[in-house]
Design a protein around this ligand. Sequence first.
Ligand SMILES: *Cc1c(COP(=O)(O)O)cnc(C)c1O
Ligand code: SF4
Length: 334
Amino acid sequence: MIKPDVKPVPISSWREELRTAIRDPKTLSARLKLAPGQASSAAGSDFKLLVPEAFLARIHPRDPGDPLLLQVLPRQDEVGAQPPGFVTDPLGEHGASRVPGVLTKYHGRALLVTTSACAVHCRYCFRRHFPYASDNPRRDGWIRALDAIAADPSIGEVILSGGDPLMLDEADLGLLTRSLATIEHVKRLRIHTRLPVVIPHRVNPELIAWLRSIPLPVTLVMHINHPNEIDTDFAAACSRLRPHVQFMLNQAVLLAGVNDTVTILERLCLKLSDCGILPYYLHLLDHVAGTAHFLVEESRARILIETLRERLPGYLVPRLAREKPGAPAKHVLV
Ligand SMILES: *Cc1c(COP(=O)(O)O)cnc(C)c1O
Ligand code: SF4
């Protein structure tokens, strides 16, 4: 078991952590004592570097191969010629929403893009080229998004996504969930977030009070790729969250050099289990321009999952999945 810390959580310290987050490749290199040239300022100008201190603290200095560093470090590989098939919008999402900010690709579920902001910029992100400025409802646009959900009785579950929905403050989150709760056919709420692991102090008393106010069952889907992301602060955040949610799940992305070995995936799944989180999806990389150096071939990915299945209880083995544009569900390979 990972023993949770019982330190009191300072209110709203996470805003301060965001304000002081590292946004400059030179500062990152200096702080982690990296050799010159490892952080690319060219790549960092395309999709900005963003790493809060709480995440930085889990990266080992002087190690250019650190699995957490690789997720946030702008690299030369991101810019320049792309392999065939690596494009800016592999999922055909840009402009796919009938109403800005609402994606209804799958039966019964509506995904709401609540904000474009995130607490960390993950270099492999499939949304790194997303035209948020034109396809992000923001606060005044939520009314149209909520109207669209209210008008479609087939929508039983609403997924708050982004960006990261927990970048919103509790006033905005409350506004959203109070409105959703008045829509009779909406029975379940899901939150897709990376914030509890990136800045565990985000799970503060205000956030818990908001969760408690939601009159719907809530599923929290975290995004954690490597066991080193899970520390005692995160374990403590999970124990604060657990009484107020129905399920806690995790989705990870399979990333070359980060988590593409059986040993690492096994440790990840076991540490998730210690925190009360079930592994849900292991996503194959979407073919997004600038991310080809993270690609793990499908055949190797299948072998990784099959080997994991020989080592772990069935409920701790994630589904290997790939998004297929136009398909009625995420494609589960194994
Ligand atoms: C991934 C996704 C969902 C959720 O799919 P599940 O298989 O239910 O987790 C819903 N809507 C969109 C647009 C998605 O990309
Ligand atoms: S937190 Fe999620 S949406 Fe934001 S950059 Fe990372 S992967 Fe992308």
